[in-house]
Design a protein around this ligand. Structure first.
Ligand code: NAD
Ligand code: DAU
Length: 350
């Protein structure tokens, strides 16, 4: 049996990765470690929480003592590290939280792996889930490849770039088996409604203004979250040690065009007249240091490991809207803060 520590498994992408691994690999013991910050929601995992190969541990990766004790006790075979502060706007308000979790937290995990995996590095694996934002911003043309120089602009992307560098340094210096993937913007179910797509869905549903930063000209490359989880599965199992893979959807959208598409889907789903939801679009002051454009070249992943995105964007967006409208309770619990009581109700005393 392989025992895999997945960090940040109560978050958006982490919950999809945990679900995939728990369901696909009944012989693996999947340990989900999460601090349950505002972004962690155990209600994301109700469908798998009672599976025999799944365990949840509430812990903070910035606590080196707790992380060391855990590694000493558990004999993990691998780590898939997703725990992070993930929202760019919050990093502009409070960069320190991003340094603590994304840099110090990652180094704490690396130190524990270095210490407790000694003599067995070739049997173990440390997988860091990272972002395309480490590469900075593109102009009108070009794409990020795995050899694009790092040039982060926001405190969030600077912290993720730093953690990527530490992960590589532990490979080069100590010989840890590591892999890193850098992915573009994800969308799908269980996405916290501070990020553009779920925020817009929630606001349109409630007839509230949809804030578009600046002129809405910024471009993001959107990937369905389940395609990201599938890429992580493939890379985790097949990549050679020390490798990096870019993951992306070849699916670039200007924010304003995306919001118009979303409004037209919402009009149909909510039985509104065409154009009604678009009246909610409100241009607001731009994000500081707002990266103009991201676009991922994922040819290496496609050619070497045979991964391609499975879902067209319009279809994925319709599925996503349908999920939010069908899961009103999830959304209400998140927006009211009730979701934070789920741990006490379901897990305390287990
Ligand atoms: P998220 O904010 O939804 O989830 C992050 C999770 O980490 C939460 O469950 C939170 O409770 C947990 N966490 C935060 N601080 C912690 C700490 N100190 N100790 C333990 N757990 C902690 O984030 P997400 O969007 O699911 O992103 C997951 C990972 O993927 C991040 O590393 C992010 O940088 C990366 N990523 C995200 C995207 C995207 O589009 N969302 C794209 C590429 C890469
Ligand atoms: O590229 C990968 C990154 O994508 C991940 O590493 C991050 O964790 C993730 O949060 C995401 O970052 P972005 O900043 O691109 O995502 P966000 O949803 O915050 O914003 C998407 C775009 O929409 C961006 O250009 C800013 C803009 N925006 C965002 C919000 C929240 C708006 O115009 N209005 C908004 O209200």
């Amino acid at each position: 049996m392989r025992k895999i520590l997945i960090t940040g498994g109560a978050g958006f992408i982490g919950s999809h990765v945990v679900r995939k691994f728990v369901n696909k690999y009944p012989d693996y013991a999947i340990v989900n470690l999460d601090k349950l910050t505002y972004a962690g929601n155990l209600a994301n995992l109700t469908d798998i929480e009672d599976k025999p190969n799944y365990t949840f541990i509430k812990a903070d990766i910035t606590d080196a003592i707790e992380i060391n004790e855990l590694f000493k006790r558990e004999n993990f075979d691998a780590v898939i590290h997703l725990a992070a502060e993930s929202h760019v706007d919050r990093s502009i308000t409070d960069p320190s939280a991003f340094v603590m979790t994304n840099v110090i937290g990652t180094v704490n995990l690396l130190n524990a792996a270095r210490e407790y995996w000694k003599g067995k590095y070739d049997e173990k694996r440390f997988y860091h889930v990272s972002t395309d934002e480490v590469y900075g911003a593109l102009g009108e043309s070009g794409m990020f490849t795995e050899t694009t120089a790092y040039d982060p602009h926001s405190p969030y992307s600077a912290s993720k770039a730093s953690s990527d560098h530490f992960v590589r340094a532990y490979h080069d210096t100590y010989g840890l088996d590591i892999v890193i993937s850098n992915c573009s913007n994800n969308y799908g179910s269980h996405h916290f409604p501070e990020k553009l797509i779920p925020l817009a869905i929630n606001n349109i549903k409630n007839n509230k203004p949809v804030p578009v930063y600046g002129k809405g000209e910024n471009v993001r490359d959107w990937l369905w979250v389940e395609d990201h989880a599938r890429a992580i599965d493939v890379i985790f199992h097949q990549a050679k040690s020390g490798q990096t893979y870019n993951i992306g959807g070849h699916n670039e959208w200007k924010n304003i065009d995306l919001i118009h598409l979303l409004c037209s889907i919402m009009d149909k789903k909510l039985g509104r007249d065409p154009g009604e939801s678009a009246k909610l679009i409100t241009f607001v002051v731009d994000r500081a240091g707002h990266d103009l454009r991201y676009a991922i070249d994922s040819a290496k992943l496609q050619n070497e490991l045979d991964w391609v995105p499975s879902l067209q964007f319009e279809e994925g967006l319709e599925k996503t809207v349908a999920w939010y409208l069908d899961n009103e309770e999830w959304l209400t619990n998140v927006t009211t803060g009730n979701y934070q009581a789920y741990y006490d109700k379901q897990y305390k005393g287990r």
